[in-house]
Design a binder for this molecule. Structure first.
Ligand SMILES: NC(=O)c1ccc[n+]([C@@H]2O[C@H](COP(=O)([O-])OP(=O)(O)OC[C@H]3O[C@@H](n4cnc5c(N)ncnc54)[C@H](OP(=O)(O)O)[C@@H]3O)[C@@H](O)[C@H]2O)c1
Length: 305
C-alpha cells in the first residue's frame, strides 16, 4: 500500500465531498484562528472557512502589514464574516500567549484552531554542518510554538463546559521533494509535532477536541517559491488543502481523530474502505507517526506473567 495512494481516487483540486460550500461542513457560528493565515496555503484556508460561513476568522503571523492587507481583501469579499488580524510570533512564547490574552480579554472564544504556520529553515546540503541554534529554532517554532497554541486553545478560560473544539494541523510527513535543498530540521520538527498531537488525541477524546493532521499536497506558496522553480512541477490547486481543512474541522471527519491523512485521498472512499476502518479500530498507531513497517507495541506486553 503506497502512502500517497491510500485511496484509488487521487485529488489535485477540491471536489463536492469537501467543498466548503457543502452545507454539511458549515462553520456558521464558529470563530476560527488560522496561524500563517496572511499568505500561502493559510490565505486560501481563510477563503474556504469564509465560504463555509464562519462567523469570525482571526489570522495570525509575524508581518502585520501582510495580515492587514489580507483582512482588507476578505472584508470586501465576505461581508458576513468578521476578520481580525493578530500579530504573533510562534518563536516567542510571550508573543503567542499575548494573542490568546487579547482574545480572552475581548471575550473572543475560538472554536477551531488551524495550525498552518511553519518555519521552513535551516536548509543546506549537510545537516551536520548546520548550526545547533538554527536547528533548534525549527523545533522551537514547529513544535514549541504549536504546542503553546494548542494548550492555550484547549484551555481557554471562556470555553463553555462540554463545548467541543476542532484542531487542524497542516503537516509535512512522508514527502521528500528531491532534489530540493535539505530541509531535515523542518521536516523532522513537523513530524515530531504530528507525533505529539497523536498522543494528545489519545488523552483527549473527540468529544472534547477533534484533532486531525493532514498533508496539504504540493502547493506553490510564497515560502515554496523561495527555493523551487514553478515550471518543473505539477502543483496542486490551493482549493484542495483549503477545503480539506474545512472538512477536517467538521463532524464528518470525527472518525479520523488523532490521525494523519493526505488531502489527495478521496474522503468518501477512505470512509467506505472496510480494511481502513478495521485498522483504525484495531491499531492505535495506524495513520500516526511511528516506525515504518512496525505496529506499536503496548508496554503491557512486557509485564511479568
Ligand atoms: N507548500 C507546500 O507544498 C507544503 C507541503 C507540505 C506541507 N506544507 C505545510 O503547509 C503549511 C503552509 O505552508 P506554505 O507553503 O503556505 O508556507 P509559507 O508560504 O512559507 O507560509 C507560512 C506562513 O506562516 C507564517 N509564519 C512563519 N513563521 C511564523 C512564526 N514564527 N510565527 C507566526 N507565523 C509564522 C508566515 O507569515 P509571517 O512570515 O508573516 O510570519 C506565513 O503566512 C506549513 O505548515 C507547511 O509545513 C506545505
Amino acid at each position: 500500500m503506497s502512502l500517497t495512494k491510500l485511496t484509488s481516487t487521487y485529488h489535485r483540486d477540491t471536489y463536492p465531498a469537501i467543498s466548503s460550500t457543502n452545507p454539511s461542513l458549515s462553520q456558521a457560528g464558529k470563530t476560527v484562528l488560522i496561524t500563517g493565515g496572511g499568505s500561502g496555503i493559510g490565505f486560501e484556508i481563510v477563503r474556504s472557512f469564509a465560504k463555509a460561513k464562519a462567523s469570525r476568522i482571526i489570522i495570525m503571523g509575524r508581518r502585520i502589514t501582510v495580515l492587514e492587507d489580507a483582512v482588507v481583501k476578505w472584508r470586501e469579499e465576505f461581508q458576513d464574516t468578521e476578520f481580525i488580524a493578530q500579530q504573533g510570533d510562534l518563536n516567542d512564547e510571550a508573543s503567542a500567549t499575548a494573542v490568546w490574552d487579547y482574545l480572552n480579554s475581548h471575550q473572543i472564544f475560538v472554536h477551531v484552531l488551524v495550525l498552518n504556520a511553519a518555519h521552513l529553515f535551516p536548509r543546506g546540503p549537510d545537516t551536520l554542518q548546520m548550526e545547533r541554534k538554527a536547528v533548534m529554532k525549527a523545533f522551537e517554532i514547529n513544535v514549541g510554538g504549536n504546542f503553546t497554541m494548542t494548550a492555550k486553545f484547549v484551555n481557554q478560560p471562556l470555553r463553555p463546559a462540554g463545548e467541543k473544539l476542532n484542531l487542524v494541523n497542516i503537516s509535512t510527513v512522508g514527502l521528500h521533494m528531491n532534489p530540493a535543498p535539505n530541509q531535515n530540521p523542518y521536516v523532522t520538527s513537523k513530524a515530531a509535532f504530528t507525533a505529539l498531537l497523536g498522543r494528545i488525541a489519545d488523552e483527549h477524546p473527540v468529544e472534547d477536541v477533534q484533532i486531525i493532521s493532514f498533508h496539504p499536497g504540493v502547493l506553490y506558496s510564497e515560502g515554496v517559491a523561495e527555493y523551487f522553480d514553478k515550471d518543473p512541477y505539477d502543483w496542486d490547486e490551493m482549493a484542495l488543502p483549503a477545503d480539506f481543512a474545512v472538512w477536517t474541522a467538521s463532524p464528518e471527519a470525527a472518525w479520523l481523530h488523532g490521525r494523519f491523512v493526505w488531502a489527495h485521498w478521496d474522503v468518501d472512499e477512505l470512509k467506505a474502505d472496510k480494511e481502513i476502518t478495521k485498522r483504525l479500530q484495531q491499531e492505535t498507531g495506524f495513520l500516526k507517526v511511528g516506525v515504518q513497517g512496525l505496529t506499536e507495541v503496548s508496554g503491557t506486553s512486557f509485564l511479568k506473567k
